[in-house]
Ligand binder design. Structure first.
Ligand code: ADP
Ligand code: MG
Length: 367
């Protein structure tokens, strides 16, 4: 089921008593979520991710705009008629019910033509449980399960009514690191198997990048960029998106473009044809540095961190926004750790220029 959001907007009265006015939690969203895909909705806390999900599932009413499921306008449809499965961060299971009873719970309330027999409910519950690999645990209670298993119960419960759309709001936040990895792969597998259009909300870029077909990056209620994870990483539209994606994060330098040359401090780092003379922010991805004896970028060498396949060279530069410049270099390189400086050349496609005032990307070509 494809989902179309048209100028979707949600305003709240401000909670802050001193400053009146309103919070625009979702600001003029327009985009189409293709059928059968997993979309990662990504942004920092408070940027409007949960509000967007709540609007899509009908728990909140938009201030403006429309929501379509396929060709159906569902904007005024109550949540129970939208065919949406929901999973939250805090699994919200009934502690006194067994796993099986928790999963069948949404089916118990079906009335009229939709009403199911006990046997049919049981069959559906086992189908959903099989999908999340819980069949063995059907008679346990939530308290007897690990966090990861509880979240799988919540996912099975969301799937049991075979929803048209699955919405997951930070579903992995309560899990420890190892379970988080495992469960996100599980979610990916389930989504591929069921082909249900899924929106996965997270503030963790690594999580969103690893499992999404498309990511939507949000900031303060406004969509910044939509695209395939690699595409957005390789071609961020602005400084915010560039900084939000990638670990270690992109290194941001204050720089100047003069006569087609990017200067970082005194260093003439790269010819950037087509960029007008101006002060800029230059972002260089950690993998964008090349160790080079006569390289143009001079940094003060702090230390080397061995990471196995790669080494991380930690240095500093007076024009860098952060105290450390982090570069990732192939471990076959030898770094002279007795030296006080380290010199780099830069891979042109790993360097981005942004306007100083707006953070907007400045295009350039490389000779
Ligand atoms: P996220 O899920 O990305 O952390 P939310 O969608 O929860 O963000 O919130 C977006 C913004 O809307 C925040 O500034 C939040 O304080 C505000 N907000 C959310 N829900 C309400 C509400 N019911 N009343 C007033 N403000 C709200
Ligand atoms: Mg939220």
């Amino acid at each position: 089921m494809k989902i179309v959001l048209e100028h979707l907007t949600k305003k709240f009265p401000s909670r802050n008593k001193k400053s009146r006015g309103e919070v625009i939690a979702v600001n003029d969203f327009s985009f189409e979520i293709p059928d059968g895909r997993l979309i990662g909705l990504l942004g920092p806390s408070g940027c409007g991710k949960s509000t967007t999900l709540n609007l899509i599932c009908g728990l909140q009413k938009p201030t403006g705009g429309k929501i379509f499921f396929g060709e159906d306008d569902v904007t005024d449809l109550p949540p129970e008629h939208r065919g949406v499965g929901l999973v939250f961060q805090n699994y919200a299971l009934y502690p006194h019910l067994t796993v099986k009873q928790n999963i069948t719970f949404p089916l118990e309330n079906l009335r009229g033509a939709e009403k199911l027999t006990k046997a049919e409910m049981e069959r559906r519950a086992y189908d959903a449980a099989r999908l999340v690999q819980l069949e063995e645990l059907m008679d346990r209670r939530p308290g007897e399960l690990s966090g990861g298993q509880q979240q799988r119960v919540a996912i099975a419960r969301a799937l049991v009514k075979t929803p048209r759309v699955l919405l997951l709001d930070e579903p992995l936040s309560n899990l420890d690191a190892r379970l988080r990895l495992q469960t996100r792969e599980e979610i990916r597998r389930i989504q591929k198997q069921t082909q249900i259009t899924t929106i996965f909300v997270t503030h963790d870029q690594d999580e969103a990048m690893s499992i999404s077909d498309l990511i939507v990056v949000m900031k303060e209620g406004v969509v910044q960029q939509i695209g395939m994870p690699q595409e957005v990483y390789d071609n961020p539209v602005n400084l915010f998106v560039a900084k939000f994606l990638g670990t270690p994060p992109i290194n941001v330098f204050r720089g100047t473009v003069r006569d087609g040359m990017l200067y970082i401090g005194k260093d003439a780092v790269l010819a950037v044809k087509g960029a007008a003379d101006q002060e800029v922010f230059a972002g260089i991805r950690p993998e964008g540095f090349l160790l080079q004896e006569d390289g143009p970028l001079h940094c003060a060498l702090n230390r080397i961190e061995v990471m196995g396949r790669d080494i991380s060279v930690v240095s500093s530069h007076e024009c860098c926004e952060a105290p450390a410049v982090r570069s990732i270099i192939n471990a076959e390189n030898i770094v002279d750790t007795s030296s006080k400086t380290v010199r780099f050349a830069v891979r042109p496609h790993k360097l981005f220029l942004f306007r100083k005032e707006t953070g907007e990307r400045i295009p350039f070509t490389v000779e």
